[in-house]
Design a protein around this ligand. Sequence first.
Ligand SMILES: N[C@@H](CCC(=O)N[C@@H](CS)C(=O)NCC(=O)O)C(=O)O
Length: 223
Amino acid sequence: MLKLYGFPSSNYVNIVNLALLEKDVPFEYVLTYPSQSPELLSRSPRGKVPFLETPNGCITEANVILEYLEDTSEGIRLLPSDPIEKARVRSLMKEIELYIELPARTCYAEAIFGAVPVPEAIKARAREELLAGFATLKRHARFSPYVAGDSLTAADIVFLYSVEIATVVATKLFELDPLADSPAARDLLQRLRERPHVKSIASRQAAEWPGFIAAVRAKYQRK
Ligand SMILES: N[C@@H](CCC(=O)N[C@@H](CS)C(=O)NCC(=O)O)C(=O)O
């Protein structure tokens, strides 16, 4: 059976978790935190989670894991079969990760973990990049009603677990609501949150969150 390694407060882990649940693929969840231990590095070369253990070895990188699941599993399709439509979904996934999640991530220490202030220069850069990233998404996504069109795709999963947290960063640090002028995107987020599997992931995350935040803050204090 497939094994998903990760922890419930990780948005990247939740991307893979939701894909597995939506596709109804049997898997075991192995609670694992990132580490540079030789044991973990032998399975996840950068020491990050998620990683997926398959009968033929481990796979890292959330988007790549989604593609592997698509190639190997039954269940609902999260990538279109038509090559151009599939490429479009992949572009959206990549744009959301590179231009929204990653710039927001540079500010998590302050905005999400409340651990340490982020230097002003990094925040200024993140603000610029987030504005450009959200503009990119609004230009490219269809929101009709899903990110790439009329059905749920992997782009919606990446959207949910990247845009929610990036919006918290933008609101807290920059007093910006990046989706204020996009009611269709806001509606989609709301509809995604109502999906039963999204709710179950959210309740698992809520249970872990206080302890996770305390551990992150303690780690920053030791630095
Ligand atoms: N590009 C990776 C990112 C995964 C990632 O950053 N995971 C975080 C948890 S949300 C992590 O393991 N961080 C530990 C670290 O950066 O050392 C992916 O797509 O899976």
